[in-house]
Design a protein around this ligand. Sequence first.
Ligand code: IMP
Length: 442
Amino acid sequence: MANMVLIGAQWGDEGKGKIVDLLTAHADLVVRFQGGNNAGHTLIIEGEKFIFHLIPSGILHEGKQCVIGSGVVVDPEVLLREFEQLRAKGYERSLEQLVISDEAHLILPTHCRIDQARESGLGCRKIGTTGRGIGPAYEDKMGRCGLRFIDLLADAAALKEKVYAIVDRHNRVLARLYDQETVDPGAVLAGIERAAGVLRPLIRKTPYLLREAADAGKNILFEGAQGTLLDIDHGTFPFVTSSSTVAANACAASGFALGLIDQVLGVVKAYTTRVGEGPFPTELRDDTGDFLRDRGGEYGSTTGRPRRCGWLDLVGLRYAVLVNGLDAFAVTKLDVLSGLETIEVCEAYEYQGRRLDYFPSSVEMLAGCRPILKRLPGWQEDLSGILSFDELPANARRYVNFMEERLGIPAHVVSVGPGREQTIIRNNLFTGNGRRAAIDNS
Ligand code: IMP
């Protein structure tokens, strides 16, 4: 058996949804542990497109339990809309597979209003957030005044008191700090009560459920959202999201024992993208950047914003290998690079005339870094129908091997298109041959 953590190794949008979907075939439970509906996973199943912001994409696999862990911030309206999407496409029974941690926090409409007011330049520096209320909801959690799913199980008067107190505080922020219209607490409460009517049966104390599953020998997949370089501690602060996106948080934010994790898999796009503000040393503001955006369909699945595109950045990736303790990685969108004469890869940065091999903590410093690029030969062939690693053009194989060599970990999966079948699997990922097996055998 094996329990696996899957995280994004760049600035999000690495194509995690598809890899999670693929791994779910071998998992019994899929757990989301951080972030909220700032994430967006797009899946194409038999030509049909699904976009999930909150529900783990494993929901499309019959009989798999999907868990929204305590570290997630949940906008209940968004969750209900995702229920509707599933119902409309004939997947209503799959909703029985979903449970929500009673410790998870709710995003209220006023969190979104505060997020958007700040982003319109009324408060601190513009981050380019998704405007989904993620930051303000986590602030309330850390400030110990947020609303949790357990509160939906309390009596009506207690819930009303909590919601009114929160909305009242938010209204003061909106009116006094941002000169915005206030929100009717009664309307917020009505929305929460409506959602609670649907969601109450799904609320559980999830750490027990996860431990019981592990003890029963079930495979658990922890699905990260966003990416390592957006992590609140280790990312390009302040141009980050408000949660911890690194692998260790899979345990902290779902109440699962660290020692029960067998493997940590990073998802790495074959080039780099970023949405929102913040430094991006390998960004291409030229025809090649446009080529990657067009070929890769690099537009946000949550906000529709065009993504900034650039070459692969090994400095950021080596840092991701280190802070997550990655055992292996999955390369996605290798097919997008077809047609380029040469492909460049950033091996190190140059900062004020010096070579830099580490990822700096100062965004001012990172903004002043110039990538030191290595040129690799490209390939012209279409990869989208290739089913085995050996059939890839020699230069595509060399590119993947180069990544493996420079990162010091193997590429277990190579994705060559959005479909489930467009995936080369080089290793059985759920065989339990990861770190726990290594410890057991030592
Ligand atoms: P927030 O998470 O909405 O507060 O946004 C903070 C930063 O994280 C912004 O630069 C967003 O564009 C970025 N971000 C948040 N979620 C995602 C994601 O799922 N993919 C890529 N970028 C994201």
